[in-house]
Design a protein around this ligand. Structure first.
Ligand code: HEC
Length: 221
């Protein structure tokens, strides 16, 4: 009888010790996290790459979040038979400066983003149509990848998806041809918002600004 009691008591003591250890560890972690946030301890400079564990956590979470969310996306019937090049002008107006394209480099400023916008030549192998649609429609928090769902109709986003899916096989010559055709037609992308002119002028301002900034930087260094 006495033996069982001591045994139980010993078990109880061990459990309490374990619980106490856990609570201390959690409290310590919370204090460290709070301290890091309050002191700006995690460097936000885009020139300072994420620690490996952070990069892994962000990437894994991003992939699982996209895959989970995209399950509710319904791919329109006949989607893959659509005219793949109809999405070109939107892609050229809204995506190519960050991601580059066949024969086209990313804009210089886009190389300074963290994470750096990946080339989309492999996106079609990595993501299915619903997932690409979801990414383009909703964007990706804290990465610079914008959401265009509020400014563009789903049918226009599907055209972009279709274009992105053709990128792996697209030759630089074809991309250049499409640009020429667009220039002849008078340019602009046929978005639902009619925002192409605005985007274009912003892009122009961006490149002017860049030159000024560039020369300042050179003279001051
Ligand atoms: C301001 C820069 C920027 C613009 C503009 C932009 N993206 Fe992105 N995009 C990113 C970044 C950065 C990532 C990487 C996000 C990450 O790794 O979590 C990304 C990721 C993606 C991915 C996933 C790629 C992969 O390999 O995992 C797709 C697909 C994509 N973008 C498509 C587009 C399309 C289509 C457009 C135009 C409508 C566009 N993006 C416009 C910055 C941009």
């Amino acid at each position: 009888m006495f033996a069982t009691f001591t045994h139980r008591w010993e078990e109880f003591r061990l459990m309490m010790k374990f619980l106490f250890g856990m609570i201390t560890a959690i409290a310590l972690l919370a204090i460290v996290a709070w301290g890091t946030i309050r002191t700006g301890g995690y460097n936000v400079a885009a020139t300072d790459p994420h620690a490996d564990v952070m990069r892994w956590a962000l990437k894994t979470n991003m992939e699982n979040s996209v895959k989970g969310n995209a399950q509710s996306v319904v791919v329109p019937a006949g989607f893959s038979n659509g005219d793949p090049e109809t999405g070109f002008s939107s892609f050229d107006a809204m995506c190519v400066h960050c991601h580059g394209g066949p024969g086209i480099e990313r804009a210089e400023w886009a190389k300074g983003l963290l994470p750096k916008p990946p080339s989309l030549s492999e996106a079609a192998g990595k993501w299915n149509s619903a997932e690409i649609f979801w990414i383009v429609r909703n964007g990706i928090k804290l990465t610079g990848m914008p959401a265009i769902g509020d400014t563009h109709a789903d049918k226009d986003i599907w055209k972009i998806v279709s274009f992105v899916e053709r990128l792996p096989d697209m030759k630089p010559e074809r991309y250049a041809e499409l640009r020429e055709e667009k220039a002849k037609e008078g340019g602009g992308h046929h978005g639902s918002s009619g925002g192409s002119d605005k985007e274009q002028s912003q892009a122009d301002e961006g490149s002017d600004g860049h030159h000024e900034k560039g020369s300042n930087a050179h003279s001051s260094e």
